[in-house]
Design a protein around this ligand. Structure first.
Ligand code: 5GP
Ligand code: ZN
Length: 113
């Protein structure tokens, strides 16, 4: 077991509110939601952040972007939603396992920085 929080969540060693799972992807509700719907979608394989994506592991990223609309539909996000991935300290990344936030369920603010 690595010391990575999200690897522990994927392994079930730390409980989470799962919304989706398949062979390579896991998705669960954020513990501190910033919107009525706030879900984190992660590759099961440990990738540190966007900088860790390469030709050997990028297939799972494409798959995540197939899964995201499936989750959005299941969550009733017909009005739209935002997908965010924070990479590194200036972006405020706090967990070093690549994750995509799905935010929705209300009119989101437009500020991006
Ligand atoms: P980041 O700031 O790295 O982009 O996003 C990390 C996210 O993980 C934050 O939105 C934070 O609320 C969420 N988070 C941190 N610890 C836990 C946890 O133990 N369980 C869940 N479900 N979410 C967590
Ligand atoms: Zn990890």
């Amino acid at each position: 077991m690595t010391d990575c929080l999200f690897c522990k969540i994927i392994a079930g060693a730390i409980p989470s509110s799962k919304v989706y799972e398949d062979e390579t992807v896991y998705a669960f509700r954020d513990i501190a939601p910033q919107a009525p719907v706030h879900i984190l979608v992660v590759p099961k394989a440990h990738i540190s952040d966007c900088n860790g994506v390469n030709g050997d592991n990028s297939a799972v990223i494409a798959h995540i972007f197939e899964v995201i609309p499936v989750i959005a539909r299941a969550e009733g996000l017909e009005g739209g939603y935002r997908v965010v991935s924070n990479c590194g300290p200036h972006a405020g990344q706090t967990v070093g396992h690549l994750h995509f936030h799905i935010l929705g369920g209300k009119q989101l603010a437009l500020e991006m920085a």
